[in-house]
Design a binder for this molecule. Sequence first.
Ligand code: 5AD
Ligand code: SF4
Length: 442
Amino acid sequence: MKKTRDLENYKFYIHTFGCQMNENDSERIAGILTKEGAKISALLEESNLIILNTCAVREKSEEKLYSFLGRLASLKKTKNITIGVAGCVAQLYGSELSEQKPFVDFVIGPDNYQKLPQIISDNIGEKILSTSWSPEWQETPSELIFRESQVSAYVTIMEGCNNFCSYCIVPFTRGREKCRPIQNIIHEVKDLADTGYLEIQLLGQNVNSYRDPQTGKDFSALLRELNRVDGIEWIRFITSHPKNFSPEIGFAIKESEKVCRQLHLPVQSGSSSVLKRMNRGYTREDYLEKIELLRDLMPDINLSTDIIVGFPGETDEEYKETFILLEKVRFTNIFSFRYSVRPKTAASKKQDTVPLEEKRRRLIEVQSLQKKIQLEHNQSLIGSIMKVLCLGESKKAPRIFSGRNEGYQVVNFKSKKDFIGKFVDVCITSCGPYSLIGEIVL
Ligand code: 5AD
Ligand code: SF4
């Protein structure tokens, strides 16, 4: 008879790389394992099951995984541990990863997490590979999600992507778009409100293309429905695709008082010719038009974006258009990256022409411009009073609390009283480019 192992014998540690969807997936994995009797641990050293939830979006994220795996390989020589690799790298490399890293006990893709308890209890001396795709939405009941925060919760509403931007690996790691039924989303959000959550963050690779599989209700309809859930105070969402960002979504944000006036709208490049080569489906002008519409509707909206510099063939002139776009739009925050070649993508078949040094130079230039813009913006907020949701206390400096304002900026403040999980009014007294500092107004 096949030997199996009781999940109760496991203490597990999950290390999460990458985006918020991976964080939410790790919360699901933790819930699925806890339900079967395994115990979660915050310490790798005291765990006998270690799961790495991986990210493949850039080469650097993969490198981080391989160096972590190197450490685990040494640990396994001295200790009886089970090692699992989950997430995007697992899905992408599957059997190859399993063969190249023989100390890894199981490799599991994002559509297979429900099978984890079975995989782990079966895993006595044999390696397991579970990377099949599921065309249907895989529902994990809300109560099964072991959430990190008791204040702000991630709610995945769709997964996968149909866009095939030429640089992006996501369609190969997360598959095609799958939308979660609207009634399940509403049910989860109501549950979260009943448990005391004040903020939800809707997640999906391209939330703007959300459609309820049964009724066809779109993303703006979903926002309006969630706006009616009592108890939830703030609703945010990522990531939006400019191509699918319709005026209706702008109206839904404006007219739904709980939907924060904050939008992450990745532009990637300010050059229409680069955007075409990236297969983004919009031009510089289309993007700027959407920004103008949003600012006409909501002058106080905080905008953030993603930028890639050094895409294959990006000339100095094309790069400068990105720089000028950043000067023009003045985002509150950006995430900027050097182009990184990803397997299977269309861009990987083109020559990576921009030398590394030049990519670095462009990135530094973009980041210092943005730093200056953010500092100026933050300085203009000194003296104002803003509503802040307190999310936690600093580990290094006790009694220094940290939260976010409606625009998703980090606000730190000192307090003798614990305000975690509460809204507070904070008067901004100073700032840096990446955060605001203030005092509680009672
Ligand atoms: N190289 C660099 N950055 C990338 N991103 C996605 N793929 C790549 C790549 N191959 C960035 C994009 C995306 C963000 C999540 O990561 O800016 O919006
Ligand atoms: Fe990647 Fe483009 Fe899909 Fe975003 S929209 S996940 S960048 S392919």
